[in-house]
Design a protein around this ligand. Structure first.
Ligand code: PLP
Length: 387
């Protein structure tokens, strides 16, 4: 019987030494909420880490994307492009603003937005005189999209970029941090991300004036007046001082966490990359991936087992794994949206969804735990050999 105690999680929180002391400090000063010194420091420290001029700590990554779209003037009647292979949180803020969604496929080398599909979409949008108000580029599983090509295209059509870097904190392209290449970047500190505050997010940008505006919207758009006065719609989107204290502690160990996750990936790759039908998510040239999650595809014809079968087998062993994101163009919520596949006859994200799986990848995963995952996969491969 599998032991109930030894469950292996996909990507559990991993605290360091500094979170509690920072929290203690917040308690002792009774600066529990809402804002405070830790919020300011967390913003400054993150901006310095990423090499960007400003940061705004928020209650979630979704809030960061929402504010970025509003800063770019996205509203009713506008169009916004977004990567199709992603978590729904990348796309929902487009709907919050009442705009229309156009979905762009992935490309094989990064699994992220296909510049080829993006170019077709931008070209057709020009012909229809419906250029997007923004392009949301998602960086999946710790890897940055091909930002050089995407930025060149967006510059040519003068369309601003919002980077959804919720999964890619610590990644870069040619040394430039993920989330700092477009006009705005959104980070997430949700429980399963590279670092966590239990829940939280950040909007980062070189445009400090824009961040000032977003700060105002995020605190109920309170005007400069003694009484409570409001002239615009606002939100309650700020991060609490307690959670920022946790975030500061987590930021101190971020580089360790990246190293640990990359080691997890390397061990999986060493053990399994020679096996038939198994292909790991590539690390594209010019990029450095944080390997937030180890993702791979399984060719059932060659491996002898399907993703579903693997998920079942792992579940029986109390190992948490997940299929790759179900693309947004396959979701009932976005059924009516226009979709641009990588090639007219080839949708990369459909294939990745059909064959892709994410293995336990936490920075606290031990080698023994990881061996349990690897052995489980090896057993499935062996059964194939036995016919
Ligand atoms: C986690 C995640 C988000 C949302 O972040 P929250 O902090 O949970 O709101 C957005 N996009 C992607 C790709 C994510 O994985």
């Amino acid at each position: 019987m599998p032991n109930q105690q030894n469950k292996i999680f996909l990507s559990p929180p991993h605290m360091g030494e500094w979170e509690l002391p920072f929290l203690q400090e917040a308690f002792e000063s009774n600066w529990i909420a809402p804002l405070g010194e830790h919020v300011d420091s967390f913003e400054q420290e993150m901006a310095a880490y990423l090499g960007v001029r400003g940061a705004l700590a928020l209650s979630s990554g979704t809030a960061a994307i929402h504010l970025a779209l509003r800063l770019l003037g996205v509203g009713q009647g506008d169009v916004v492009f977004c990567s199709s292979l992603t978590f729904v949180a990348s796309v929902n803020p487009i709907l919050y603003q009442g705009a229309s969604v156009v979905l762009i496929d992935s490309e094989p080398d990064t699994w992220n937005m296909s510049p080829v599909a993006l170019e077709r979409a931008l070209h057709e949008a020009t012909l229809m005189e419906r250029l997007p108000k923004a392009v949301i580029v998602v960086h999946l599983y710790g890897q940055s999209a091909r930002m050089e090509e995407i930025k060149m295209l967006c510059d040519r059509y003068q369309v601003p970029i919002v980077e959804d870097a919720a999964e890619s904190l610590g990644a870069n392209r040619h040394g430039k941090a993920s989330g700092t290449i477009g006009e705005f970047g959104a980070l997430s500190f949700n429980g399963n991300k590279m670092i966590t505050t239990s829940g939280g997010g950040m909007l980062v940008s070189d445009d400090v004036e824009a961040l000032k505006k977003a700060r105002y919207w995020a605190t109920q758009a309170r005007d400069l007046a003694r009484h409570y006065q409001h002239s615009e719609i606002g939100y309650n989107y700020r991060l609490s001082n307690l959670l920022a204290a946790v975030g500061r502690g987590q930021l101190r160990v971020l580089d360790d966490r990246i190293r640990a996750r990359r080691s997890v990936f390397e061990r999986y790759e060493q053990a399994l990359s020679g096996e038939p039908g198994i292909r790991f998510m590539p690390e594209a040239e010019g990029g450095f991936s944080s390997r937030w999650l180890t993702a791979l595809t399984i060719d059932e014809e060659r491996s002898g087992f399907s993703v579903l079968r693997l998920l079942e087998e792992l579940d029986n062993e109390r190992i948490e794994a997940r299929p790759v994101w179900k693309p947004m163009h396959l979701q009932p919520l976005f059924a009516g949206c226009v979709y641009y596949p990588h090639q007219p006859e080839e949708s990369v994200s459909d294939r990745l969804f059909a064959n892709g799986v994410c293995l336990p990848s936490g920075s606290s995963l031990t080698e023994e735990e990881q061996q349990r995952v690897i052995s489980c996969i090896q057993r499935l491969l062996q059964r194939r050999g036995e016919g």
